[in-house]
Write a protein that binds this ligand. Sequence first.
Ligand SMILES: Nc1nc2c(c(=O)[nH]1)N=C([C@H](O)[C@H](O)COP(=O)(O)OP(=O)(O)OP(=O)(O)O)CN2
Ligand SMILES: [Zn+2]
Length: 158
Amino acid sequence: MLITRKFEFDAGHRISTHQSQCRNLHGHRYVLEVTISGNIITDDAVPEQGMVMDFSNVKRIIQEALVDQWDHAFLVYAGDTRVLEFLQSMDGHKTVVLEVQPTVENLALIAFDKLQRVFRDRYADRLALEHIRLFETPNCWADINRVDFDQDSDSSNA
Ligand SMILES: Nc1nc2c(c(=O)[nH]1)N=C([C@H](O)[C@H](O)COP(=O)(O)OP(=O)(O)OP(=O)(O)O)CN2
Ligand SMILES: [Zn+2]
């Protein structure tokens, strides 16, 4: 069985190598859909009976592991040194430094990696992170699923 929870957060970014508008500092209201697979709990002695996982627990875990870190942050590529230095000059600014450009594809991969680690650590025997869809705008999004992610990780570790 698959269950999905949706999150929304605001973040700033720029694609420093972009040839057009996206090289300007700007922001998005990102929409993140997280899909988890597992069996429905049938044990009538547990409060999660009838559920794969309580949506309130899904929310807590994903907020802690990802959404709270990215919400109202500026997501900056470590190679974008002018912007990085500017952000670091502001005390207490919420800045997330990434090893890759903050495109929606890269953000989806980073999100999958972070969340998969959390689900594997806590629920490896019962639940799996199956799919992530990240919308950068209502018209633009990226998808990543477990099989493709694991295949890519295996080939880059080979
Ligand atoms: N493959 C990608 N292409 C682009 C990305 C990206 O992450 N991956 N990002 C951008 C920009 O950051 C921007 O977010 C997209 O802007 P835009 O193309 O204008 O998207 P809209 O949905 O607002 O476009 P409309 O034309 O207004 O529908 C660019 N490319
Ligand atoms: Zn953008």
